[in-house]
Design a protein around this ligand. Structure first.
Ligand SMILES: Cc1ncc(COP(=O)(O)O)c(C=O)c1O
Length: 502
């Protein structure tokens, strides 16, 4: 985006940090974080779950952390967006007001706010309401209409679905693929078709809730291994074989994600393939955040590590991130996909993917296979490394790998997350926070989604604003962040920086 357009959209003038009190404020900031944490734990023991002011009603939310956190952050969640994602995005401003019932509600102020968009999963910058892809989608809508109004197994199958499935299989280098209208349902409703109580599943601790939902529905026996810790997985597998327990199960499946968006971490696929060769399990690879975004061709994590696609048995991914569409796929052998066509609930009992969405995915994948796609991928990769590198240089603790399209900055004190996100919005930066229960109670973080649509100028702008805001709450010198670096990587921040050659 040209300079003039950027400066027209947002530039705060009077929000500079006023020199903090270097003695009292860091002390109070840490004390307040500790006190909040302790009070919430004590309160969770003594407070009954029911909402006291609504006698006779069961609680709407029984989780104290959600009550404490979400209620105070209502103006930051369920944001009402009014523009297409991109380098910038516009939404309706709201402010917290007392709802007169012991809680907080939100009122629209009537203002529209434009911010640098660090919140959308628009990794490749395909989000757009004009241009060639949009034209192809509109043409498809003129031909097939807006939706299918039936399941694939009845009257909801259109030529675009068949074309899309062939294209996905070709793109991934596997025999066949099946697509569903919802990414969440792709996991939740297909996992029960391939796993049952005779299946033993090793599941990464940070797998998405759609995987967990699918596993619950499947009744498979689940063992969780520490996030991205393949040594831990190896130990569990060794125990399984040494104890002879392995004979109690018909098959063993390891479920992992290519990129974990809450951690920005990348699966160590070559290491997993080494374990597979020894222990003979199946690999279920969830690629919601890596399909389209990782590897020189955007094929995902197999492409990123230049591995043989046949090493992965079950591919799953969503189209709602890199390709700016919706829905998901399962892919692999012809036999697997045929089984899902006959037994997968999403295929049999849910309305088919809307044809214009299928067309959006086809057009985006075709673009990804062209020179345009390669340059988007290269931009995404260099933007991610640049942004994370700048943050690490400034003393932030950034979780995960440089190449992943999600930048997660440690903010262990959950109270600070709300403050920082609100302050960032005031300064023209839209980002998200991640808190319990998605992560541990002291593992809160700020998440910045990278995009090929970002210019260096907007990334620099975000880094500057985040640095200023973080200094208001002493995030950069947080010992807890330093400690979490040690816990997660066994390294201190400055060691990480040299490791990353910054
Ligand atoms: C890892 C992962 N899997 C599955 C999903 C569900 O996909 P969708 O939002 O397209 O339904 C998400 C959504 O964010 C996700 O992050």
């Amino acid at each position: 985006m040209p300079q003039s357009q950027f400066s027209k959209i947002f530039f705060p003038t009077n929000l500079e940090t006023n020199g903090p009190d270097w003695i009292l404020e860091p002390f109070l900031a840490r004390i307040s974080g500790g006190v909040t944490f302790l009070v919430s734990i004590v309160a969770s023991i003594f407070t009954p779950d029911a909402e006291k002011d609504r006698k006779g009603y069961p609680p709407l939310r029984s989780n104290l952390f959600l009550q404490c956190w979400i209620r105070r952050m209502r103006d930051l969640v369920y944001t009402s967006m009014i523009s297409v994602p991109g380098e910038f995005v516009t939404f309706q401003d709201r402010k917290l007001v007392n709802d007169g019932n012991g809680g907080w509600a939100c009122d629209y102020t009537g203002k529209q706010i434009t911010c640098v968009d660090m919140g959308s999963f628009n990794y490749l910058g395909f989000a757009s309401n004009d241009g060639q892809i949009s034209d192809e989608v509109i043409n498809s809508m003129h031909t097939f209409g807006l939706t299918a109004c039936s399941t694939r197994s009845e009257f909801g199958e259109f030529p675009v679905h068949i074309e899309l499935e062939k294209l996905v299989a070709k793109f991934l280098g596997v025999e066949d693929a099946i697509v569903c209208g919802s990414g969440f349902a792709t996991n939740a409703l297909n996992i029960p078709a391939i796993m049952d109580e005779n299946t033993l599943v090793f599941s990464d601790a940070k797998n998405h809730s759609s995987v967990i939902m699918g596993l619950r529905l499947s009744k498979a026996v689940v063992r969780v291994f520490r996030h991205n810790d393949l040594h831990h997985l190896e130990k569990l597998l060794l125990n399984l074989f040494q104890s002879g327990e392995v004979h109690n199960f018909e098959k063993i499946i390891v479920i992992v994600e290519g990129v974990y968006s809450m951690d920005g971490s990348i699966l160590r696929l070559p290491e997993l393939l080494r374990l597979k060769a020894i222990f003979k399990f199946y690999i279920y690879l969830e690629e919601a955040h890596s399909f389209g975004a990782m590897g020189p061709n955007g094929d995902g994590i197999v492409d990123y590590f230049n591995c043989d696609p046949s090493g992965v048995d079950i591919y799953m991914g969503t189209f709602s991130k890199s390709l700016w569409a919706a829905g998901g796929y399962m892919a692999g052998s012809r036999q697997l996909v045929q089984h899902l066509r006959e037994n997968g609930y999403a295929h049999l009992h849910a309305t088919a993917m809307p044809p214009p969405i299928a067309q959006q995915i086809i057009s985006a994948i075709e673009s990804l296979m062209s020179e345009d796609g390669k340059s988007r991928l290269a931009r995404l990769k260099s933007n991610s490394a640049y942004f994370k590198g700048e943050l690490i240089k400034r003393g932030f603790f950034v979780y995960g790998d440089l190449d992943s399209p999600s930048a997660c900055v440690a903010c262990p004190n959950m109270g600070k997350i709300g403050f920082i996100l609100r302050e960032l919005r005031n300064r023209g930066v839209l980002a998200t926070g991640v808190s319990h229960p998605a992560v541990g109670t002291t593992e809160g973080r700020l998440r910045f989604c990278m995009s090929a649509a970002h210019s260096k100028e907007s990334l620099d702008y975000v880094v500057t604003q985040l640095t200023q805001v973080a200094d208001l709450v002493y995030l950069r010198d947080s010992k807890i962040a330093e400690n979490s670096a040690k816990i997660i990587f066994g390294k201190k921040i400055h060691e990480m920086s040299s490791y990353l050659q910054l």
